[in-house]
Structures are given as C-alpha cells and as structure tokens.
Design a protein around this ligand. Structure first.
Ligand code: 6GU
Length: 240
C-alpha cells in the first residue's frame, strides 16, 4: 500500500517515515511519502489560505495548491481521505475497507476547512472519503490522519503475527468491548487475578470473559448493545 500525506505541517508525519507503526515499512508493506502543501505554492509568502466568501470567522484553505498536489499524486486507483470533523465517523469497519485500497492520499486541512471545490474536484479523479475521528474538534487533520493510518496498517495482511488477537479485540466483531486481561504475578499490591482465569477450565474462562465483555459494553457503550434498526430495516433515529 502506498500512503501519501499532504499537510502544511509535514513534520507531524516524520515519525511515520522513520518507523511506520513499528514494522510495516520495514516489512515493505507500505511506502510512505509526505508532502508540504506550501511546496505547491508560487508566491513569496507561500500562501495556502484566504478569507471566506460570504464572510465569517477564520480562514479557508485555497484550492490552487491542493490542485497541484493532486496533479502529482492522484491516479484512478487512489482513495483520497479528507480528515474533517464534518466527515463520516471512522470505525473498525471503515478501517478494514481502507485496508483493501492500494493507494491512500491523506489531505489534512487546517484553519476553518478546505475550499469545497477541492473535494468536488478530487471526486472527479479518484475515490474520496471525508472522515471524522469523532464528535470533537482538533486543530487540524494531521493527528486524525495518523490515527487512521495506524488503524488501517495493522490490518494489512502480513502485519500482525497473531490473527486471533485481531479477531478477539474490541470492535472487531460481535460489537462488544474487550474483556479485562491479566498476567503474572497472581497477586499484586493486594489485587488478585480472578480465580476462574487460573482454574484451567476453558469453558468457564470463555463464559466469564463473555460476561465481562457484555458488562463493560453495557456500562461504557450501551449504544453498541441497542439495535440501531428495527426488524423491518427502518433506522432508529435517537434525539441527542
Ligand atoms: Cl478528522 N479533523 C479535525 N480537524 N477535527 C476532528 C477530526 C478530524 N475528527 C474529530 N475531530
């Protein structure tokens, strides 16, 4: 998989170039390239933003530098990821979908956003996904692009040694959070490992873990336990 990042803060991504989520680059699973958006400007001040049409606070990223970056980077087999708080929510299903792509270009916006025509233009030349990490606002999309990268790259065939830990972890399937885990010593600072885990009874261990996963999910993420569609397929829309 080839990964390109376009940002006015390319230094955010230098750890990736050195050692992508540890080992993927070393294994040759990914090929990482970072691009400074200002490298696609031509004025003395390397301007990437301007005031918004229609007025309002803040600045908007100009289309021209993005267009030149896309001229260099986009092919019909590319998926462009715009990181934005107004995008579709990122989750494990979307990570798995992106893991099937051969080329991801992360377009990281700053300020109040990117001129909408940049997104519309990219859609004419490649697949485009506008993605949000969740319902909170980051100053820019760089950290979001790193988080998405880490979630995607660890799903690439050959990245993980142990396929079981992929299947068992939170959100992977069944939609339950992961059960609590323990290792040695059996007693530590007055806290004991639950006896069932040391019983050697695999059926009891499995039952205990499932019950813990359900309890945790009910406490922390009741939304994951509630059906989100009616039996006839009608979406349940909750007021917030
Ligand atoms: Cl992807 N970008 C920004 N700027 N803020 C966010 C986000 C993305 N996801 C959540 N908040």
């Amino acid at each position: 998989m080839r990964l390109d990042y376009v940002s006015i803060f390319p230094d955010f991504f230098s750890p990736l170039e050195l050692s992508l989520p540890g080992k993927a680059a070393a294994k040759g699973l990914v090929d990482v390239h970072v691009h400074d958006l200002r490298g696609y400007t031509h004025d003395r001040h390397r301007t990437v933003d301007d005031t918004p049409y229609g007025g309002g606070a803040g600045m908007v990223m100009k289309p021209e530098p993005w267009g030149e970056a896309f001229d260099d980077l986009l092919a019909p087999t590319t998926t462009v990821v715009f990181t934005t708080p107004s995008g579709e929510p990122f989750d494990q299903r979307l990570a798995a979908e992106l893991a099937t792509r051969e080329h991801l270009v992360f377009a990281c916006g700053r300020y109040e956003g990117i001129d909408q025509r940049v997104v519309d233009h990219a859609r004419e030349r490649a697949e485009v996904r506008e993605i949000s990490l969740g319902d909170y606002v980051l100053n820019g999309g760089e950290v979001a692009a790193l988080a998405i990268t880490e979630a995607v790259v660890r799903l690439l065939p050959g990245f993980m040694g142990n396929a079981e830990s992929l299947a068992e972890e939170s959100h992977a399937d069944g939609g339950l959070l992961e059960y609590p885990v323990y290792t040695k010593p059996p007693e530590w600072r007055g806290h004991e490992v639950p006896a069932v885990l040391r019983s050697g009874d695999h059926a009891r261990v499995a039952a205990w873990r499932h019950e813990q996963a359900v309890r945790r999910t009910a406490e922390r993420r009741p939304d994951l336990l509630t059906p989100s569609v009616l039996d006839d397929g009608t979406p349940i829309v909750r007021a917030t």
